[in-house]
Design a protein around this ligand. Structure first.
Ligand code: GRF
Length: 227
């Protein structure tokens, strides 16, 4: 059994990805521990979820800029991650862009889940962007978070999700979200088992069950999700 991966989860809203993580941990499907949940919004449903699961919560006073954290909030964030001995930070619907200084401080230890097949449709409301563009396949991506472009870090894993004719934005977002929950838990399992290896922009998942063990690393495959 792998050792328990110490997670810090950053949230701003609904918290369904946080719920998927907590559910997988509780069910014994993920060898991890949510050490702290950090939010920029005290009233986020995700905060209530964390409290109900008795995970320590830190609420940041983000400051005046809507899309960023001010310096004091960033310091508080780093301090919370350090105090709770977080090994991997998960952005799970966190709506603020972290500064280069913060991202450099936790480089290689921070991931995000995004509801599109990146590099298509980075930024806000990716399901809306996908519908407006008219793609027939979208999906979700888990990627490292780098100081570069928003949603532009090295891709760890992706899953495709079909776009149906006549889909509303919410129908597509919901279909993608169901896949996000599965993908995020799977990726965290890889981190927990120390199977994730990054070489520049390419990320390899070492599958020890394959012949040759860690040497026969296999890139995370993007398999199409069911309906
Ligand atoms: C998800 O679609 C995630 O991909 C995006 O923000 C949304 C968060 O949803 N980054 P939830 O708060 O986890 O329900």
């Amino acid at each position: 059994m792998a050792s328990r991966l110490r997670l810090g989860v950053l949230v701003s809203g609904r918290g369904s990805n946080l719920e998927a993580i907590l559910g997988a941990i509780a069910a014994g499907r993920l060898a991890a521990e949510a050490r702290v949940v950090v939010s920029d919004r005290a009233d986020a449903p995700a905060v209530a979820l964390a409290r109900a699961a008795q995970v320590p919560v830190v609420i940041l006073d983000a400051g005046p800029k809507p899309a960023r954290l001010d310096l004091a909030a960033e310091r508080e964030l780093l301090e919370a991650l350090r105090a709770h001995q977080v090994e991997l930070v998960v952005l799970a619907g966190f709506m603020r862009i972290l500064s280069t200084a913060v991202l450099e401080a936790i480089a290689g230890s921070i991931i995000n889940i995004h509801p599109s097949l990146l590099p298509a449709f980075p930024g806000l409301d990716a399901p809306r962007q996908a519908l407006d563009y008219g793609v027939q396949v979208s999906g979700c991506t888990v990627h490292f978070v780098d100081p570069g472009a928003v949603d532009g870090g090295a891709i760890i894993a992706q899953r495709a999700v079909p776009v149906h004719a006549g889909d509303s934005r919410d129908q597509l977002a919901e279909r993608i979200l169901a896949e996000e929950h599965r993908l995020l838990v799977e990726v965290l399992g890889w981190f927990s088992a120390k199977q994730v290896e990054r070489r520049g922009r390419r990320v390899w998942i070492n599958d020890r069950s394959r012949e040759g063990g860690t040497g026969s690393g296999m890139q995370a495959a993007g398999t199409a999700a069911g309906e």
